[in-house]
Each structure stands twice: as C-alpha cells, then as structure tokens.
Design a protein around this ligand. Structure first.
Ligand code: AMP
Length: 547
C-alpha cells in the first residue's frame, strides 16, 4: 500500500488502533513466552510473525476491509493471533459463543454476516449441525492441534497449513480509529441474542484504562509487567475482558488453557507460575472446591472476579487458599470495564476484614467512566449509600448500539446514558454497589429484597457451597424469596430447610436482613443451572420453581 507523503510541518494524525498496542507489546515482550496448554510454547516475535501470516492467509481467502471473521475456539494462542490480525487488517472479529444452542449460534453468524469462520476441531459436530443454515459463510478453516480431521462438514483449509503457506510480512494500514474491530452477542432473557460491537479507538482506550485500573490503584492483586497472565473468562465473552490486549501491550508472559478442565488449569497455574487471572464466581468456586486445590500453594495467584457479584464467603474460601481476590464490574455492552474494587489511598490502614468488605464491592468507576443511579423517570439520585435505582453510565468504550437493532438500542441508550438494567446505589465515597438485576429484584409486600444480599448471607452458612435466590409469585405478598442451594459434600443430607431458615432468622435479628426478606422455602439441589456464559441461570430457576 502507498505510504502517505507528509508535507513539512504536517504532523502525524495518530489513530488509536489495535496495531499500536501490538507495536508496544512487541518491544516489551519480544523474547517473552506465550504458552498454550502443554502443546505450544513460543515467543512474542513468533506471535508477531504469525499475526502477519494470518492476515495474508485470510486475505487469500478473500477477507477484506469490513468483512466479518468468526472464531469458534477455546482460549488459545491462535485466538490471541486472531484478536490482533483480524481487526488490524480492517476486518471485524466475531468471537463466537460455543455455549449457545446450535440455532442461536447459527443466528449470530448469519446476523453478523460472517464471511469466514475458524472452527476448533472439537466443534466439528456442532458445525455439522449448523452448516446447512449458514447464509453468508464462504470459507471455513479448521483449527486443530494435530492436523486435519475427518468430518462431514465442508472444510476449506487448516489454520497451521494456511499460516505456513502465507507470506511472513503484511503491511497493516493506518486505519481510521473508528473502524469497527469486534462484534459478539449477548443473550437476554427473551428473544434473539443481541450484537454488541466495538471500534479500534474504543478497544485502545479500554486497554489503557484497564491498565490503569488493574495496575495503578491500590488493591489486593495488581497486574504488572512481571506478572504471568492466564484468562479464565472465555475469549468469546467480552474480549476476555480485554485483558489479552493489555497483557500483550505490557509484554507479559501469557498462558492460554484451551478447554477449561480443573486439573489442567491448576497444573498450568503452578507449572507456568501464573500470577494473574480473571473469572466469574462459578469458575473460582469450581477450583476452590476441588480437593487438589487445598494441597497447593496458590499464594502467588491474583484473581479478579466479575460477571456476577462476588459472595464474601467465596472470597474468604479463596483467601484461605492464599488467592488474592477482588471484584470488578462490567457488561457485554460496556467492553466490559466499568468499575473495580480498589482502595483509596486514605484507606490503606484499614484492618484486613474491612479491606475485604471493600474488595467484594462492585467498586469505584474506572478511569474516564461516569456513573449515576437514576429513578424510573431518569432523575439522578444522590450518592448517599441508600438511594437505590438503575445504574447508568458513560465511557469512551460503550457499544454504540445493538447491532442492526434500533428498537432495542433505544432501550439501551436513553438521555445520553447507557442503561445497565442493574439496580445499584452509590455511597458518599463513590463506591458503586449492585444489589440486583432489575428483573431479579424481589418485591414482597411492597418492599424490595436484594437477591444478591440474600445469596451472600445464605452462602456464609458453613454448610452452604452455593446459593441462588429468586422471587416466586405469592398471592398474599406479590412475591416471596426462594433459596436454591447446594451443600458442601460433608454436609449433604445433614442440613434441612428449617435449619437454614433458623440461621437466616438469626442473621435478621442481628440486623443483617429485614424480617420481610426471610425466605420460607429452601430447595436443596446437586447443581444450580447455568447460563451460556456460566452464570447462575435465574430465568431457568424461575421456570422451575414459579409454581
Ligand atoms: P454480561 O453481559 O453477560 O457480562 O453480564 C453483565 C451483567 O453481569 C451485569 O449487568 C450485572 O448484572 C452482572 N455483573 C457483572 N459484574 C458484576 C459484579 N461485580 N457484581 C454484580 N453483578 C455483576
């Protein structure tokens, strides 16, 4: 491509584009390692070359500016290469959620109009099911750790062969920073998945703000250039919180675990000396309840928890294993970073217990993020730690709209604020506390009960492993809270609903819960149903227990 000729005195109009993140990262990380399970170990300069090869390979398949490339893979070094190569060539990376139903997955591919998809071999059975319904896909590339696979699906090439055949250098242009870089889909309670999309400028600013948020503020586990990073939030979900971009910019060692298997994860954490991860509470719960974890030294591991509230009981269980844990908040619509639970410099002398109370909060807004709590008419409520309403926000990296869906976008953006659908209050210090999703909050006898507060309280009982609280219809009170819970193995069959109610009553007498919030029903289950991103599925629970 023709390089621009500058007139004397004409400055460079620096675009905020993903290429610039990689350019910085390659200087810091040049000889640093990137690891994929026990299968691949290479250096940043190898990754850099493969990003160029991938761009050439995709160009040969016909991918050009504005084309959408779908990736259906577990967390891998190849996924990281796609995070860079696809947007850097002016195309859009569509991170495909393999936890969706086949019909929903096909819907997202058709809706985003993917022209090429890259598919991990483990998803070939899924591809065989949906291939006939894909309307825009012209080429399919297989991702495999050990070569081509037998399949009934039509495959047009294999990732490693494509890279080998491609030229090692690609001239990435200076794109307009407002070029779309990524798209992915979030599932609501009803209707089709909704597409959210982000530009280069948004991802660059998000990366910088994420860097400040997890690296500069005082908290329990900061992310620095000497850390070893391993994502535990799938890369299809909100760019794995954007941390792969930050990790690359910092040039840190990166470890990609492939499919999440507790034993493999623990082995990688110890073997590769992983020090920084992020995940939803479900994953950390799965690890801290794994008997092997108790025998290991996890004291170097810092974990940010988001995607759902961090129960204090889980934070304590993780801390007992030495894990440094704190909470952050965001949504698919927000790229995702909105807030993180850090301490202010005036709070450093607090005792450990008080600090933990802060580390489990929703947190302080990240740099450049503005938040407000508003009432039903959109009026801002005071930050007094009491006034509760819908959390709304502004930041440079929030999705501009739901993709090709003006109607739903009108609901998302109102009065110039992105409406989160989360119920929250903000205290005098500026800390945000989410108390519920708007649709999960329980209204009983005219009073509001926070399902998150109740879950927190119930899961502090020593016998409880996990708890989920929903509102169920009640002819007298409108709704009543119902607790669905799993017990720790050693307590199974030894604790009854009456025991639980007695415990919650006692907590209520100690002022931890208003009397009207004490649930009457406690349902013991072996496992709590999950959503497509692994969170507690309250829609499903309501269906199960509404009658
Ligand atoms: P998703 O778009 O799937 O990432 O879900 C975003 C939603 O997860 C938010 O709107 C919140 O309801 C919830 N969420 C994320 N982080 C937190 C947190 N730290 N505390 C409470 N809820 C959270």
């Amino acid at each position: 491509m023709e390089a621009k000729i500058y007139k004397p005195g004409e400055s460079y109009d620096y675009p905020l584009i993903i290429k610039k993140i990689l350019a910085t990262g390659i200087i810091y990380g040049q000889n640093q390692e990137i690891v994929y399970r026990d299968k691949v170990r290479y250096r940043y300069h190898d990754m850099y070359e493969r990003v160029h090869r991938l761009a050439n390979g995709l160009t040969a398949l016909g991918v050009g500016k504005g084309d959408v490339v779908g990736v259906l893979d577990f967390d891998s070094h190849r996924y990281l290469e796609c995070f860079f190569a696809v947007p850097m060539m002016g195309a859009v990376i569509h991170t495909l959620n393999w936890r969706l139903s086949p019909a929903q997955l096909a819907y997202t591919i058709n809706h985003a109009e993917d022209s090429v998809i890259l598919v991990n071999q483990d998803f070939l059975p899924l591809l065989e099911v949906i291939q006939g319904n894909l309307k825009t896909v012209k080429k399919i590339i297989l991702i495999s750790d050990d070569g081509r696979k037998e399949t009934k699906a039509r495959i047009d090439g294999e990732y490693e062969e494509m890279l080998q055949a491609a030229h090692a250098s690609y001239d990435f242009a200076d794109l307009d920073e407002n070029t779309r870089a990524s798209i992915f889909y979030t599932t609501g309670t009803t209707g089709d998945p909704k597409g959210v999309h982000f530009t280069h400028r948004q991802l660059v600013l998000h990366t910088l703000a994420m860097g400040v948020n997890v690296g500069s503020y005082e908290t329990t586990g900061r992310f620095r250039s000497n850390d070893v990073y391993m994502p535990l939030t799938p890369m299809f979900h909100v760019h794995a919180w954007g941390v792969p971009y930050l990790a690359t910019m910092l040039g840190v060692k990166q470890v990609y675990p492939g499919r999440y298997e507790p034993e493999v994860l623990l082995k990688l954490i110890l073997g590769e000396k992983v020090t920084f991860s992020h995940c939803i509470p479900t994953i950390i719960h799965m690890l801290v309840t794994n008997p092997i974890a108790k025998k290991l030294d996890l004291s170097k591991w810092k974990v940010v928890i988001g995607g759902a509230a961090l129960p204090k009981s889980l934070a304590i269980a993780a801390r007992e294993l030495g894990i440094q844990i704190y909470s952050a908040y965001g949504m698919s619509e927000t790229c995702p970073l909105i807030s993180g639970a850090s301490l202010k410099s005036t709070m450093l002398n607090l005792d450990e217990e008080k600090k933990l109370d802060i580390f489990v909060k929703t947190g302080l807004p990240a740099p450049l993020v503005e938040v407000q709590v508003v009432d039903a008419s959109g009026k801002a409520l005071p930050s007094d730690g009491r006034s509760t309403g819908e959390l709304v926000m502004r930041a440079p990296w929030l999705t501009e709209s739901y993709y090709k869906d003006p109607e739903k976008s009108k609901d998302l953006w109102r009065d110039g604020w992105l409406h989160s659908g989360d119920v929250a209050y903000i205290d005098e210090q500026g800390y945000v506390q989410i108390t519920d999703r708007l649709k999960d909050v329980i209204k009983t006898g005219g009073e509001w009960v926070s399902s998150i507060d109740l879950e927190n309280l119930v899961s502090m009982h020593p016998a409880v492993s996990e708890a989920a609280v929903i509102g169920v219809p009640d002819s007298k009170w409108g709704e009543r809270p119902l607790v669905v819970l799993t017990l720790r193995t050693e307590f199974k069959g030894k604790v009854t609903g009456d025991d639980m109610k007695e415990y919650v009553k006692k907590m209520s007498e100690q002022g931890k819960l208003p009397k009207y919030g004490i649930p009457d029903r406690y349902e013991f289950v072996d496992a709590i149903p999950r959503t497509s991103v692994g969170k507690i599925n309250k829609v499903e629970l309501r269906k199960l227990y509404a009658e």
